[in-house]
Ligand binder design. Structure first.
Ligand code: NAG
Ligand code: NAG
Ligand code: NAG
Ligand code: NAG
Ligand code: NAG
Ligand code: NAG
Length: 495
């Protein structure tokens, strides 16, 4: 099965709303519109819906400041070991730069050789300090080594450990084409006991990749975490273990084998993404599991995640939203505009899909198969998760697709004399859908909508595993729709 490259994204690139002053005026105008819509809609006969929305604004969000995770594990307890290569550093460095925080994140970039002059002096303010991996060609087992590069990768754990950083609870290992979501990693790792032997990671999206290695192996590119005591134990046994598995030609399989022999199983952690996929992964990202996003890998083997941008731009674009609210990035929220019979699926900071039909969450949370497997010669079942095929020519099941365009933190949205602070993310239509309306009388088409404005709370972070609910405001014929996030009511059913 080949990867269907589905949506024809030939529209002109979206102009990014990055000028503060322009953005301010624009957001003021949008807020005015929202207020206007509120009052208009209050007059309408279906005011029950609008007052629900108003109620959601009035609702007191429990205050919690950003990054108020349990005080136990924080960012300084993690040391990152990033595996890079001089040959590819020039274009992969922007991926590392997108998530690395100088003076905040601790760790090292391990290279296969000393940086060439063009990369010196090393810009410490944008990248991890570099190290050059130990030369293993002098070791006596070298002639037997199948893949020296893979030995280098697995030994990076040992070399990161030997840097001797103090007060380390976790070593997080990843590749130079892995994007990490650091605050979410801290939140997730804080839930584990770092004093135990823990090997935390995720396997591949593709059944065949797991079959070829192990369903219980942490795939290295997705990023994995080793607790300090486990890394310490491994450090003493690493070279012995490499000797035992000298015939293996994949570093993460070697590590898995060593850890299995040590009696340490994989702790599977959702949200780490190896991305053993090709093509357009928007279908998967738009139906991310209800768990914090931790990593994305293989940025160079997939299409840019925003179709109007190149790869590094698209990663930096996603990071714009992630920097404002890590907890919601790629989290899927579904609500309905009942009057138009629309289902609206928002994947915060990434995309909005509008369907001209009411579908339950159980349907919309199944990823659209916009992508292909790592090896396109495989036969189904291809993936470790369920998918739904792209519904070619079906106007009721084909979404109108919008991508994240801009983000603003609005202060003081005033409604009935009360002030509400909001984060406003705007999503712009990717391209015309090119299909007739789902409804036969044609009055419920979403063709006229070019932008979706989504308002979320700046103070209430989404806890791991939690979800948001929302309401949609749209007036027939208008070119935008507004989505207002709110807490879900007890046992609220999205259907
Ligand atoms: C992390 O916690 C340690 C105590 O375990 C503390 O000394 C350190 O200042 C904290 N770092 C940050 C960035 O909060
Ligand atoms: C970067 O940091 C290293 C120490 O980690 C230091 O030796 C080097 O001089 C720094 N480079 C620059 C350009 O500041
Ligand atoms: C990091 O810390 C060093 C020394 O404390 C300082 O010179 C540098 O400006 C800091 N860099 C950033 C990006 O804050
Ligand atoms: C991606 O786009 C940015 C901004 O337009 C540009 O600076 C960069 O060189 C481009 N990267 C590639 C690999 O084309
Ligand atoms: C929001 O409005 C309140 C009351 O009118 C005011 O005290 C506060 O300074 C305003 N905040 C901002 C960020 O403008
Ligand atoms: C769409 O058409 C139906 C049937 O003609 C009508 O009942 C409904 O009010 C229309 N909806 C809108 C939003 O115009």
């Amino acid at each position: 099965m080949s990867a269907p490259m589905l949506i024809n994204f030939t529209t002109t690139p979206q102009k990014l709303n990055s000028l503060p002053l322009g953005a301010l005026f624009k957001s003021l105008a949008i807020l005015g519109l929202v207020l206007f819509l509120f009052y208009i809609s209050l007059q309408e006969t279906y005011s029950y819906q609008s007052s629900d929305i108003l109620a959601s604004f009035k609702q007191k969000w429990p205050a919690s400041s950003p990054l108020s995770y349990p005080p136990t594990t924080n960012i300084s307890h993690i040391v990152f070991g990033i595996i890079g290569s001089m040959n590819t550093w020039n274009h992969k460095r922007s991926y590392v730069k997108s998530w690395w925080r100088s003076n905040v994140t601790r760790g090292y970039l391990f290279l296969d050789r000393y940086p060439t002059m063009e990369f010196l002096p090393w810009p410490n303010s944008s990248y991890p300090p570099f190290r050059v991996n130990e030369d293993i060609t002098k070791q006596k087992l070298y002639p037997e080594v199948k893949r020296p590069d893979q030995i280098r990768i697995v030994r990076t754990i040992l070399e990161t450990f030997r840097e001797g950083d103090k007060d380390v609870r976790w070593f997080v290992m990843a590749d130079d084409d892995t994007i990490l979501f650091v605050d979410n990693l801290v939140e997730v790792l804080a839930k584990y006991d770092h004093t135990k032997y823990l090997y935390i990671g995720a396997n591949s999206e593709c059944v065949k990749s797991n079959f070829d290695f192990s369903f219980n192996m942490a795939f290295g590119g997705a990023g994995y975490a080793l607790s300090y005591p486990l890394a310490a134990a491994l450090a003493t046994k690493m070279d012995k273990c490499i000797q035992r598995y000298i015939h293996l030609w994949v570093s993460d399989f070697m590590l898995y084998s060593c850890l299995t022999d040590l009696g340490v199983p994989l702790t599977y952690q959702k949200g780490l993404h190896q991305i053993d996929l090709v093509g357009d992964i928007s279908g998967l990202l738009s139906a991310h599991p209800q768990t914090p996003l931790l990593s994305l890998h293989h940025i160079d083997t997939i299409n840019p995640i925003f179709p109007s941008m190149n790869r590094s731009e698209s990663i930096n674009h996603l990071m714009k939203a992630a920097k404002v609210d890590h907890s919601r990035i790629l989290q899927q929220t579904i609500c309905y505009h009942r009057l138009s019979s629309w289902s609206v699926s928002i994947t915060w900071g990434y995309s909005v899909h509008v369907y001209e039909n009411i579908f339950p969450a159980s349907f919309l949370k199944k990823p659209l198969e916009t992508f292909g497997p790592w090896n396109n010669r495989e036969r189904p079942p291809l993936y470790m998760f369920n998918t739904r095929p792209w519904p070619f020519n079906n106007p009721c099941e084909t979404p109108h697709v919008f991508y994240f365009d801009s983000i603003t933190e609005t202060s003081n949205t005033s409604i009935e004399g009360n002030n509400y602070q909001q984060i406003l993310t705007t999503y712009a239509r990717a391209s015309p859908r090119g299909l007739p309306a789902c409804s036969s009388n044609g009055n419920l088409s979403a063709d006229s909508v070019t932008k979706i404005h989504v308002f979320s709370s700046p103070t209430k972070r989404l806890e791991s595993g939690e979800r948001d609910c929302c309401n949609v405001v749209h007036e027939a014929g208008m070119d935008s729709a507004e989505v207002i996030y709110r807490a879900c009511t007890k046992d609220e059913t999205i259907s």
